[in-house]
Design a binder for this molecule. Structure first.
Ligand code: GLP
Length: 261
């Protein structure tokens, strides 16, 4: 696992967007796994700016969703499909034919979960999966004590996560769905490169547990320690509870440029 400490969220966004651009220059039809939440927004803005300036061509890229609320009507503005359409797909100049994601309004959720696993496999798997982290260490919607080998399935949200996400529903926790469909931790670990981005003091504890704590289901993000190519990009505030920052800075300062992220 590599930990990269950046000065601020904007620098983190630029760094991850450049990694995505490098991937797409190498593999134009790469599958980018994208996360929702506030943290990845600087990445999407930086990548869209690169597209506008002609620095990268994303026209053949595919965008894969990480998780989705269950039970919101199709087209609900806070369904993650809609959020990603607004924040990623359209700003990159893509259409929804480039988008892969489960339908949170499907009748049969188990069948939907299995179909999404098949769709990801048929697309050739995710090349770069961008993740945020919940204050409780969750990735996607894999709450604490999720199986570390789980596949896409339905999960029940914790009250904390519903509270954290109520800001997207007018501050009313009652509007936040109780259930979600999410890529499992095993599904996420199948991606060829996993990049976790965390910014702000509120994520410091979860980041420390994920990076320097034991691999344990109680902190789902700690499963990234098992991945061969996992990169954790944190700003100073999110890095503030890490003990090995001197080493992480030293490694990154001496990283050969050809390696990329
Ligand atoms: N399912 C999403 C996660 O994928 C995301 O990482 C998390 C943190 O969001 P934020 O970046 O807004 O803190 O929120 C939600 O729970």
């Amino acid at each position: 696992m590599e930990v990269v400490i950046v000065p601020d969220a904007r620098a983190g966004g630029e760094l991850v967007a450049e990694a995505m651009a490098q991937l797409l220059r190498r593999k134009p039809d790469a599958v980018l796994g994208v996360a929702t939440g506030s943290t990845p927004l600087p990445v999407y803005e930086a990548l869209a700016a690169k597209v506008r300036s002609g620095a990268v061509d994303v026209s053949r890229a595919r965008i894969a969703q990480l998780d989705e609320y269950v039970g919101l009507p199709a087209g609900h503005p806070e369904s993650y499909r809609e959020v990603l359409r607004r924040q990623v797909v359209e700003p990159l100049g893509l259409g929804m034919d480039s988008f892969l994601g489960p339908d949170g309004a499907a009748e049969d959720m188990q069948a939907e979960a299995e179909a999404y696993e098949r769709a990801l496999a048929e697309a050739g798997g995710v090349d770069l999966q961008l993740l945020g982290i919940g204050t409780d260490g969750h990735i996607a919607f894999n709450e604490p004590c999720s199986s570390l080998s789980s596949r896409t399935r339905i999960k029940t949200l914790t009250e904390q996560t519903r509270k954290d996400n109520a800001r997207f529903f007018g501050g009313d926790i009652a509007q936040v769905p109780t259930h979600v469909i999410t890529q499992g931790i095993g599904t996420i670990l199948d991606a060829r490169h996993v990049v976790l981005l965390a910014t702000g003091e509120s994520k410091a504890e979860a980041v420390a547990a994920a990076v320097e704590g034991p691999v344990a289901a109680v902190c789902p993000a700690s499963a990234l320690q098992l991945h061969r190519h996992a990169t954790v990009v944190v700003d100073e505030a999110a890095a503030s509870k890490l003990k090995h920052t001197d080493y992480f800075r030293h490694v990154y300062a001496n990283k050969p440029a050809w390696q990329g992220l």
